[in-house]
Design a binder for this molecule. Structure first.
Ligand code: PHE
Length: 450
């Protein structure tokens, strides 16, 4: 059997894992949620949740993956040894694989829209108005084409494997993404009206935190943002060297993910208010625009009003979105591909093309039945399945996996870990607190009592 690939360096892993984490969830989801839910008060609660709940689950996944050096199903089976829990492990791995694939099926549609708007921004430089209007009006043909292109890009990276695909492309795309984000923030903050947006984002309104529903959406957001539950981080962890300290790397990835989410708020909120300054209507029924309306109506309105720099700002913005989507989508596709390659002895290129095509087929189904399927798939995967899978991972790592084995694994790359605060808190935390907290929030999201 061929030697299993690994990331070539720590930086390569951080780029890949942060690339997976930083996605549309950070740049689009987080700022709008924060703005609508108490601004800085939401940001603070999110930071607390990310470190208290999401980081421990991230650690669990990274450790499981590196210990087993395998895809999620095999890894979760392996830590169960020959106990009756093996079946649960296998089930969790396969369930995660289905959820990762379904997330990709809707994510690729949205990413396709970003690509269409990116092309539109270029086209507008040449004044081709017929093409522009086709690119910005929703149609099955447009969505099918651009979702297909996005899936091909995703498959292309995954065919390349861990070093020459995931690591190489993430290391190229992540710095570009950060650079674009920074340039856009500086530019937008200098525009009239930007300060108003900053105020909405940064002035805390603690009264809104009393709503328990908010805690749940913040938790969902944190899980989605750190790509948890579905086995993405587990698989990336399985390509890590035994010389690396997992608690430190996991911390770094969490920090980058949160940093980018926060920074995205410094772009999106001011941009909304700059758009208002140019005459855009930014409130619908008293609530600040969020959703597709924000990205595909308000922001294009803003770019159109900016004169000759407008198209370039639009190019930068939609390129930023497309890059963020691509570094995440490759991590989603890697989950089923790693599983099929390792368990079914299929070659990587074959697996990537086959699975990518099937997922694209599901995307096409969603596009054809958008109104009834899209919301359902999003809720099933992100609202219900991701927390449930995170819970199952914690239960398996905390209750089924032998504590001695876990310690040996975490000591690799961090020999003095036994004396650290991390080791005193985290194992019990993952075993008792995380499952209970996730369960409470999960039950609440299924039966919203308050
Ligand atoms: N973390 C990605 C985002 O914020 C989404 C994602 C979810 C990626 C699950 C991989 C797995 O957009």
């Amino acid at each position: 059997m061929a030697v299993r690939e690994q990331f070539s360096s720590r930086a390569g892993f951080v780029m890949a894992a942060a690339g997976s984490a930083v996605g549309l969830g950070n740049i689009w989801g987080f700022p709008t949620q924060a703005a609508g839910n108490g601004g800085a008060a939401f940001v603070l609660m999110y930071v607390a949740l990310a470190f208290l709940l999401a980081y421990p689950v991230l650690m669990t996944e990274l450790l499981l993956g590196r210990y087993a050096r395998a895809n999620a199903a095999t890894a979760l089976e392996k830590v169960s040894h020959d106990t009756p829990w093996q079946g649960l492990g296998r089930f969790t791995g396969y369930y995660g694989m289905v959820v990762a694939s379904l997330i990709l099926s809707f994510y690729a549609i949205i990413a396709g829209w970003m690509l269409a708007y990116l092309v539109e921004a270029f086209v507008s430089l040449f004044g081709l108005s017929a093409a522009e209007s086709w690119l910005t009006s929703s149609s099955f043909a447009r969505d099918f084409l651009f979702c297909g292109i996005f899936m091909l890009l995703t498959m292309g990276v995954i065919v390349g494997g861990v070093k020459k695909g995931i690591e190489k492309w993430s290391s190229l795309m992540m710095p570009s993404l950060l650079f674009l984000l920074l340039c856009l923030i500086v530019y937008v903050l200098l525009q009239p009206g930007a300060l108003e947006g900053l105020k909405v984002y940064l002035i805390p309104d603690f009264s809104q935190l009393a709503d328990p529903g908010l805690l749940i959406s913040a938790l969902g957001q944190a899980f989605f943002s750190l790509s948890l539950g579905v086995g993405t981080m587990l698989v990336y962890g399985s390509y890590l060297s035994k010389e690396d300290s997992l608690p430190k790397l996991g911390f770094l990835v969490t920090l980058v993910d949160m940093g980018v989410a926060f920074a995205a708020g410094l772009l999106i909120l001011p941009a909304i208010f700059v758009a208002q300054n140019y005459g855009a209507e930014i409130y619908t029924d008293g609530a600040l625009v969020a959703g597709p309306d924000l990205i595909f109506r308000i922001l294009p309105h803003l770019f159109d009003s900016m004169g000759s720099v407008g198209p370039w700002v639009a190019v930068a913005f939609f390129l930023l979105m497309s890059l963020a989507a691509l570094t995440s989508s490759i991590s989603m596709l890697e989950v089923p591909v790693a599983l099929v390659v390792e368990r079914r002895q299929v070659s990587r290129p074959r697996a990537a093309l086959l699975i990518g095509t099937i997922i694209f087929g599901v995307s096409a189904g969603i596009m054809l039945n958008f109104d009834s399927w899209f919301g359902w798939v999003v809720d099933f995967t992100t609202k219900y399945s991701q927390p449930l899978l995170g819970l199952l991972m914690c239960v398996i790592a905390g209750w089924v996996w032998r504590r001695s084995e876990l310690l040996i694994e975490i000591q690799k790359g961090h020999p003095e870990i036994e004396d650290t605060l991390f080791w005193k808190i985290w194992p019990r935390y993952m075993k008792y607190i995380c499952p209970v907290l996730i369960l409470i929030t999960f039950i609440h999201s299924v039966y919203p009592i308050v």
